[in-house]
Ligand binder design. Structure first.
Ligand SMILES: [Zn+2]
Ligand SMILES: [Zn+2]
Length: 338
C-alpha cells in the first residue's frame, strides 16, 4: 500500500519502485488526484485514419479509449495522407477535450532502414523524415518503428545502418519520441532481443528522443517468457536498456507457442499468453503508467469490449474508471451505435 501511495503522487518514481503490491490488492477508494499517471488506465487501440483525423478521434472516444495508435501514411506504401487546413488543430483540441494522453504514430511496414538496397534505405529515411516533420505539428507524441529486416546482411551492419538512418532523420529539440518496437524475430527482423535494441539505442545521438515500445506477442514469439517470468524479463530489460526508456506497450495475445517467431496477434485471452498475463502487465507498478495499445484482430465494438474489460481489471484506477463509465462513454457506444 505504501508503494501505491508513493506511486500515485510521484508517477515518475516508478523506476525506483519494486513490485511489492500484489495485483489482487485493490487500493482503497480514494479521490483520484488530477495529476497522476495511474489513476486511469491509459489504453487504446490501433485506429484507422482513412476517414480523417476527426473521425479517428470520434472512434477513439466512442470505444472508451484515452490513447490510440494510427498510421500517418499508407502502411504498405509511401503515400502520406493530405492534411486539410485546420485538421490537426481540431484533432488535437478534440483529444485534449476528452483527456487523451500521448498517442502513437506507427511507421509504415515498408520502412526499412537496414534494407540491403541503398535506394530503399534512402526512401525509408526520407519517409521517416517526412513523418517526423508532420509529427512536429502534433508535439509530445510517439513514433513507433520496426527497426528493420536485414535479409542476408550481417546483424552488425544492419544495426549500424539503422542507427545511421535514425541519426539522419532525428534532430535536436524534436518534439516526438521515436520508439523501437521489440520484434518477434520473424524472417530476418532486427530487434528480437533486447541486446539488439540496446546496440541501436547506444548509437543514437538524440538520446532524449528515443525509447522502446514492447509488444507482448512479439516478445513471447521471440522467446521471452512473459507468462511465468515477467519480472525477470523486465529486470533483464532494465539492466540492458533501462525501464525509463520504455514508453509504450502493445498488449496483444499470441496465436503461437513461445519462441515460434511467427508474429500472429490474437484477442486478449484467446492465445498462448492469456488474459491473466495481460492483466498483470497493465497493473505492474513499473508498467502501469504506460500507454497500452491493442493491436488485436477485431472491430471497433470488439475493441470497446476489450478496453472495458481491461479497465475493470485495472487495480490502480477503479475510482476514475467507474466515473468514466457513469459518464456513459462506454455504455453509449455499446448500447446504441452497434
Ligand atoms: Zn508494430
Ligand atoms: Zn506491435
Amino acid at each position: 500500500m505504501k508503494n501505491y501511495n508513493r506511486c500515485k503522487k510521484h508517477c515518475k518514481e516508478h523506476e525506483t519502485l519494486t513490485y511489492e503490491t500484489p495485483a489482487s490488492e485493490t487500493p482503497v477508494n480514494e479521490t483520484p488526484a488530477s495529476e497522476t499517471c495511474i489513476n486511469e488506465l491509459s489504453i487504446g487501440t490501433h485506429l484507422s485514419v482513412a476517414k480523417g483525423y476527426a473521425a479517428l478521434a470520434k472512434d477513439a472516444v466512442q470505444i472508451g479509449a484515452n490513447t490510440f495508435q494510427m498510421f500517418i501514411r499508407n502502411p504498405r506504401g509511401a503515400r502520406a495522407k493530405e492534411l486539410k487546413p485546420g485538421e490537426i488543430e481540431t484533432f488535437l483540441d478534440s483529444l485534449q477535450m476528452h483527456g487523451f494522453g500521448p498517442f502513437i504514430a506507427h511507421a509504415p511496414y515498408t520502412l526499412n532502414l537496414c534494407s540491403s538496397s541503398r535506394h530503399l534505405r534512402e526512401l525509408s529515411a526520407r519517409m521517416m523524415g517526412e513523418d517526423l516533420q508532420r509529427m512536429e505539428l502534433m508535439p509530445g507524441n510517439l513514433y513507433n518503428l520496426h527497426p528493420g529486416s536485414r535479409l542476408d546482411q550481417p546483424l552488425d551492419s544492419a544495426i549500424e545502418q539503422i542507427a545511421q538512418g535514425l541519426n539522419h532523420v532525428m534532430f535536436p529539440d524534436m518534439k516526438t519520441t521515436v520508439l523501437l518496437e521489440t520484434m518477434s524475430g520473424k524472417g530476418s527482423e532486427v530487434g528480437k532481443r533486447f541486446e539488439e535494441l540496446k546496440e541501436i539505442l547506444d548509437r543514437v545521438a538524440q538520446k532524449d528522443h528515443i525509447g522502446v515500445c514492447m509488444d507482448a506477442c512479439h516478445m513471447w514469439d521471440s522467446g521471452y517468457d512473459i507468462v511465468d517470468r515477467l519480472d525477470e524479463t523486465l529486470e533483464q530489460f532494465d539492466r540492458l536498456i533501462g525501464l525509463n526508456r520504455l514508453k509504450a506497450f502493445h498488449i496483444n495475445d499470441s496465436m503461437n507457442v513461445r519462441e515460434s517467431h511467427k508474429d500472429r496477434h490474437t484477442l486478449i485471452g484467446e492465445g498462448h499468453i492469456g488474459e491473466d498475463t495481460i492483466i498483470r502487465i497493465i497493473n505492474h507498478p513499473r508498467l502501469c503508467h504506460l500507454p497500452f495499445i491493442l493491436e488485436t484482430p477485431t472491430d471497433l465494438a470488439g475493441h470497446a469490449q476489450e478496453i472495458k474489460k481491461l479497465r475493470k481489471q485495472y487495480v490502480w484506477g477503479s475510482v476514475s474508471d467507474k466515473i468514466s463509465e457513469q459518464n456513459g462513454i462506454i455504455k453509449t457506444y455499446l448500447g446504441t451505435d452497434f
